[in-house]
Write a protein that binds this ligand. Structure first.
Ligand code: CS2
Length: 477
């Protein structure tokens, strides 16, 4: 049957009352945070419906509004597929169409939490002496205009309005894969607010809360095939399907304005005093090896995580990377068993039901590698611990940038793509390539890159185009 003629989802019960505004209503939040909120409300009640905000395109809104903002979450595992309807989104706004409508939701009295999944680049980091990049076009715009474009701009303008009206602030809850994501968000909000009014900064520092969180769930991009498979089980056509693996984890620092929050713990989230060690564990063990798989895998001609981890050379390399270089760099959370954690990650990567595209992970390398690969690399270097495989991953990124630019392929997909492509286009050999790329300030900052340059050149020389993955373990430096 033509999908247009098929039955669509319809809301039978009234939507919950909203208490959260979520910026960046992509697949990840809909397959992770929204499901925790749904279960927390089912267990313990509360008015925690979610007003979703798309900061760029109307795509998600256009699909959701036709079905009362309900959507299907499809669990993909070897044990058969499972579907559930998620009903916590109450409305969706598209910020560029009506930024004032977004501000109105952010300053509504009912809004107690503003959560964010805007990806690493959405924080507009990378200033010379500040965390926030004041040369970023959206930040420049947002400082001069009362109607913002960027996530930092919306947060600060809304907090400013609440402050001027004598209201309570909201809790800002970041769900992005950044170390100490709450502290980082607080820093960029305060740097922006300092350009408006120092008293506003004092109020934010005293009253507003920015809990850190660690989020984890693998969410592949939705495809027509997944939409059809979901429809085969549910009997209705839902173009807004999100797919996810069975595993999920959410560790949250329990620090909310007026303690107002859903009972996340009722849905299995861990509420703790300090999230940092959980964040490091996940960012390095999972996201670090994800990036390794993305570059090594794409260079070797693979498309998905499951395909790349099935390659023997890559599999051995990733296992040694976990064991010898990442686990040794960590201050792990109490009770964490790193061997178990790595074994569990490997079986999550092997889940062949999930076509998790390496292309999805390889994008935005300049934003991801600093916390995933460079932090453990330079920490190990300073501490006299092994770091060779972390260097191989960095070398793979360099080769990836070079090859993808030469082929004229536009798959690089990075906010500093222009700068990276320019660096590699003028490089005459590997030594030149390394020297130019190590100068990318937003990536390397003031790290002691001179200490790794020769080794990177040696690795590039030995691995060539990185096609022969059996050579990954035989590097001699
Ligand atoms: C991935 C993450 O795209 C990426 O960079 O590494 O989205 C990863 O799938 C999630 O963090 C898993 O929790």
């Amino acid at each position: 049957m033509n999908s247009e003629n098929k039955k669509r989802l319809r809301r039978a019960e009234p939507a919950p009352k909203a208490g959260i505004v979520h910026l960046g209503l992509g697949a990840f939040f809909r397959a992770h945070g929204a499901i925790y909120i749904k279960e927390a409300m089912a267990q313990s009640g509360g008015d925690w419906g979610v007003v979703g905000v798309s900061l760029r395109s109307p795509g998600v809104r256009d699909k959701l509004v036709q079905q009362g903002c309900l959507y299907t979450a499809l669990e993909l595992s070897g044990q058969g597929l499972k579907c559930q309807v998620v009903d916590v989104v109450t409305s969706v706004l598209v910020a560029p169409e009506d930024p004032n409508a977004v501000l109105q939701e952010l300053i509504a009295k009912a809004t107690r939490i503003v959560s964010l999944t805007v990806t690493e680049k959405g924080y507009c980091r990378g200033g010379a002496n500040t965390v926030l990049d004041f040369d970023h076009p959206d930040i420049k715009h947002d400082l001069q205009n009362p109607t913002p474009r960027s996530a930092p701009g919306f947060l600060v303008r809304a907090l400013e309005m609440r402050w001027r009206q004598g209201m309570r602030p909201f809790t800002v809850l970041s769900l992005d894969n950044l170390p100490e994501n709450g502290k980082l968000t607080r820093q960029i909000v305060c740097e922006f607010a300092a350009r408006i009014d120092p008293d506003l900064v004092r109020w934010i520092e005293a009253e507003c809360k920015f809990p850190c969180t660690m989020v984890d769930r693998i969410v592949p991009a939705t495809t027509e095939e997944l939409i059809d498979r979901a429809s085969g089980i549910s009997g209705y056509h839902d173009p807004a399907v999100v797919a996810h693996e069975p595993f999920r984890q959410w560790v949250i620092e329990d620090d909310f304005v007026d303690s107002a929050r859903p009972a996340f713990e009722a849905a299995g989230a861990q509420l703790v005093d300090d999230v940092e060690s959980f964040e490091h564990l996940k960012l390095r063990m999972l996201n670090g090896t994800h990036s390794a798989l993305a570059y090594l895998g794409r260079l070797a001609g693979y498309e998905t995580v499951a395909e790349a981890i099935r390659d023997e050379g890559i599999e051995k390399f990733i296992e040694a990377l976990w064991r010898e270089e990442i686990a040794t760099s960590l201050d792990a959370p109490p009770d964490a068993d790193l061997d178990d954690y790595a074994a569990q990650l490997k079986s999550r990567y092997q889940n062949a039901e999930i076509r998790h595209l390496l292309e999805q992970i390889s994008m935005d390398g300049s934003q991801k590698l600093p916390q995933r690969i460079l932090a453990p690399l330079f920490e190990n270097l300073a501490a006299g611990k092994p770091y060779q495989r972390l260097l191989v991953v960095l070398a793979a990124w360099f080769r990836f940038i070079e090859i993808w630019s030469k082929n004229g392929q536009s798959g690089l997909n990075d906010p500093i793509e222009k700068q990276l492509l320019q660096a590699v286009s003028n490089a005459s050999n590997d030594a030149d390539l390394v020297e130019r790329l190590l100068q990318s300030a937003p990536v390397f900052g003031d790290l002691p890159t001179h200490r790794i340059a020769d080794e990177l050149v040696a690795i590039l020389g030995q691995l060539g185009d990185f096609h022969d993955t059996a050579r990954l373990e035989g590097i001699r430096l």
